[in-house]
Ligand binder design. Structure first.
Ligand SMILES: NC(=O)N[C@@H](CC(=O)O)C(=O)O
Ligand SMILES: [Zn+2]
Ligand SMILES: [Zn+2]
Length: 345
């Protein structure tokens, strides 16, 4: 008996599309299944102003293959010299849907991020006033903080103080990886949501390190202990509307991953919906997949749910290419390490 699941078309609330040849290669992978995505601004140089975001949106739309529909939801990269008036204008025109906070040095292309949080206070206050969400890469960068503790310490030392001193600021904790992140979201009734990636629902830190180092499982925040992965699965599959899908699909060429100092990022755009169906089925929560992938994100961002649907069908094992080709070189598609049975029709 074939089993089918019809859900509203999903969106991706945290996506890296890059630019140029990489954009051309990865955009169809997302647009095939997803209606919209929050587009991360960590290009080189970063997308800092409204004008840069408008130009980037035009490049994305120009790269979209004929016949595909996709709406990029643009963001600005917060720097210590971001102008609150530029942010407000880009929001008022409908161009941007969020501003992204990278602590300086926390992750790929974050050197222009924030070191002194006092300096961005006027922007955060403006955002609270106009209801524009702040998307946060939540890790401290202090050399003396263990990499596995950086998310939990960020919540205590940075995020909670920012939220307390900026009432009304709407925050998305991006790509949470810990039970601490789940608990912090759950302890707040309003103004706080979190994205969870596909890969953090599947791998723990053993997958990266046991039996040889696996660069294609290395991303930031780095995957944690199994108990944290289980907390993420419980949150994602629970139906709690504060948790929604942000794949953080982050393409890097194999050459840049498989090296002595490999880049952080997992590329999941191609097979995310099959992976998620498997995860939700194993959690006996297929009924909540639509909420996580298609409804909770628009709910937080105060946008309508997509009008059309996708159909997931369970059958014989479904395979995806192990790599996609780009003009810069191959990019490895995330491998769950278990067979997938749900295909997207
Ligand atoms: N997640 C990652 O490991 N990498 C992202 C940056 C980010 O989202 O932190 C990237 O841009 O490659
Ligand atoms: Zn990040
Ligand atoms: Zn990211």
């Amino acid at each position: 008996m074939t089993q089918s699941l019809v859900i509203r078309r999903p969106d991706d609330w945290h996506l890296h599309l890059r630019d140029g040849a990489m954009l051309d290669a990865v955009l169809p992978e997302t647009a095939r299944h997803f209606g919209r995505a929050i587009i991360m601004p960590n290009l080189v140089p970063p997308v800092v102003t409204g004008d840069q975001a408008a130009a980037y949106r035009d490049r994305i739309l120009a790269a979209l293959p004929e016949g595909m529909a996709f709406e990029p939801l643009m963001t600005l990269y917060l720097t210590e010299s971001t102008d609150p008036a530029d942010v407000a204008a880009a929001h008022a025109s409908g161009l941007i849907k969020a501003v992204k906070l990278y602590p300086a040095g926390a992750t790929t292309n974050s050197s222009s991020g924030v070191s002194h949080f006092d300096k961005v206070r006027p922007v955060l206050e403006k955002m609270a006033e106009i209801g524009l969400p702040l998307c946060v890469h939540g890790e401290v960068t202090d050399a003396d903080i263990d990499i596995f503790d950086r998310e939990a310490v960020f919540i205590d030392r940075v995020l909670d103080p920012i939220r307390k001193s900026t009432p009304g600021l709407r925050v998305v904790m991006e790509h949470i990886t810990t039970a601490n992140g789940v608990d912090y979201v759950k302890s707040n009734e309003t103004d706080l949501g979190a994205t969870i990636t596909t890969h953090h629902l599947i791998i723990n830190r053993n997958h990266i390190l046991v039996g040889g180092i696996k660069p294609h499982y290395y991303c930031l925040p780095v995957a944690k202990r199994e108990e944290h992965r289980l907390a993420l699965v419980t949150a994602a599959t629970s139906g709690d509307a504060r948790f929604f899908l942000g794949t953080d699909s982050a393409p890097h060429t194999d050459a840049n991953k498989e090296m002595a100092c490999g880049c952080a990022g997992c590329f999941t755009a191609t097979n995310t919906m099959s992976l998620l169906a498997e995860v939700f089925e194993r959690a006996d929560a297929l009924d909540n997949l639509e909420g996580f992938a298609s409804r909770n994100g628009p709910g937080f961002y105060r946008l309508p749910v997509n009008e059309d649907t996708i159909t997931l069908t369970k059958g014989d094992a479904v395979t995806y290419p192990s790599k996609i080709d780009t003009a810069d070189g191959p990019v490895t598609v995330f491998d769950a390490g278990f067979p997938l049975h749900w295909r997207v029709d």
